[in-house]
Design a protein around this ligand. Structure first.
Ligand code: 6GU
Length: 238
């Protein structure tokens, strides 16, 4: 998987790209990251990347020329991957969408700033628009990192197989169950007895029950969409 990010703040990504599970994947070459700064593609002496909006009003608008030049350099410098503009106006992503995104060989992600992009930039070089949720960020950089993190952890060999096995199991589409580690008692609160029972079948059932119960209480919308198997229905009624 290759990501090419078009951003005015490439340094934000350089620190991110060395940390944790995603950092390790990038270091090992399981994923690749290219960074492209529109400021490097501006033609004027001030290296202008934004300008005042036609029609007036507050804020600035991303200028077509430097952003388009950076996007084109990013595309031709990699593998002609599809171009995504990250914006709250985009298609809202969920885990199923992340799974589809992870199947492509790569993506060019435009992390915008200011009030938004000149519409002609979107018309001329954007294939898709994605949103990471119904709230507004001051720039697309964090959204790009969110998407890349969610995708990279799905790539083969990125998570240890203990984690990926857990991910493949009954948890899909449900909220996670509670977790505990030592010590066994914290401020008078004990670890649920079943988890120290050594009964692996009972532990599996408890975790599924917790996942189902939490999802039912906290995110009934998820259960609505996903539905329940007969086995899960029976477990909820115990
Ligand atoms: Cl993708 N970008 C920005 N700037 N804000 C957002 C977003 C993206 N998704 C939700 N809010």
């Amino acid at each position: 998987m290759r990501f090419d990010v078009v951003t005015l703040f490439p340094d934000l990504f350089r620190v991110w790209a060395e940390q944790g599970v995603t950092g390790r994947a990038l270091t090992r070459g399981q994923a690749m990251l290219g960074l492209w700064n529109p400021r490097d593609y501006a033609e004027d002496v001030h290296r202008t990347v934004d300008d005042r909006p036609y029609g007036g009003g507050p804020g600035m608008v991303m200028k077509v020329a430097p952003w388009r030049a950076a996007v084109q350099a990013a595309r031709s410098g990699s593998g002609d991957h599809r171009v995504v503009y990250l914006t709250p106006q985009g298609r809202p992503l969920d885990q199923a969408a992340i799974g589809e995104i992870a199947k492509a060989p790569g993506w060019v992600l435009i992390a915008g700033r200011y009030e938004g992009a000149d519409e002609r930039l979107i018309e001329s070089c954007v294939d898709e628009e994605w949103s990471i949720g119904d709230y507004v960020l001051s720039g697309g950089e964090l959204a790009a990192m969110v998407v890349m993190d969610a995708v990279i952890r799905l790539l083969p060999g990125v998570l240890g197989h203990r984690d990926s096995a857990r991910e493949d199991s009954y948890m899909d589409g449900l909220l996670d169950c509670p977790h505990y580690t030592r010590p066994e008692v914290v401020e008078g609160r004990s670890v649920p007895a079943v988890l120290v029972s050594g009964d692996h079948e009972a532990i599996r059932r408890w975790r599924l029950q917790q996942s189902l119960g939490r999802t039912w209480l906290r995110r009934p919308d998820l259960l609505e969409r996903r539905g329940l198997s007969d086995a899960e229905r029976a477990l909820l009624e115990e």
